[in-house]
Design a protein around this ligand. Sequence first.
Ligand code: AVI
Length: 323
Amino acid sequence: MSTQSSERLAADFAADVRRDLALVPKQLQSKYLYDALGSSLFEAICRLPWYRITRAEQRLLEAHAPAVVERITRDPETVPLIVELGCGSGEKIVILAEALQAAGRHGRVHLIDISRQALEQSERTLGRLRHISVVGHRDTYEVGLRRAAQQREAGSPVLVLLLGSNIGNFDAPAAGEFLRAIRGALVPGDALLLGADLVKTEDALRLAYDDPLGVTAAFNRNLLVRINRELGATFDLDGFRHVAVWNAEHSRVEMHLESLRAQTVRIDGWAVAFAEGERIWTESSYKYEPADIDQMGARAGFSTAAQWIDEDVRFALTLFAAA
Ligand code: AVI
């Protein structure tokens, strides 16, 4: 990644923190949870017995990767381009890459993630596959997707992967806008594979977002560690606790950091005051019904080509065609 984009990301972080801690209620954007330690903690979350999204999605991908690959390999002359938005450790895209290999085809992969560690790990995971070329973009989804789509070869189909219920971290207007932006980068014949978590019991959701080992709490509180390190702030970690709540009205799990006492935190020369019990809202994870997912896609200009559901975990993998 160029120094220029490193500097831009650092300046954006400082400006966003300053703006969002001045809001009522105070907020921080969930994309900032993913520094190197945050990415490792998220990987650990994906292995927790109570966070079942990742394994359910992997099972669905393994079962249906051939059907997904079939859609982008209809023309034997083309080399499909797969773009993954938020690549994690690369374990999911590797399932599709192997299905591509089983179909006897080459492919090009572009990985887009804000986390340097996630990109490096995915590149290592995919490095052993000789039939694909891999390019990483350390950037926001929007900028990375635009860059990747500009590099499509004429006539080659593009498959965008938005997995792991990453869509659930956007509120409805932002999710709609984001899906429209994805659609805008695609042409008829291209596809989007969307993994999205479904509404389930409140107990299951609480355990998934406030696990008994405290890994999710560490993931959330690490954002304060990051702000201390990168922005010279004075957050006292013992002064904030992790809170996860199911908001049924909005169909989302919310993560917050709650101040345990009245306190003032200095961030690079400015002061932020917290009342006892005041919260910083750090993440929303929206949960869907299967029909919501179809409608969300349709509103953005996609038609549902297939939808596969893990009924046990309640997780959906939806293959959309760019209509
Ligand atoms: C990345 N994202 C979809 C995760 C989620 O479930 O919202 C992040 C996460 N937050 C707490 N646990 C996992």
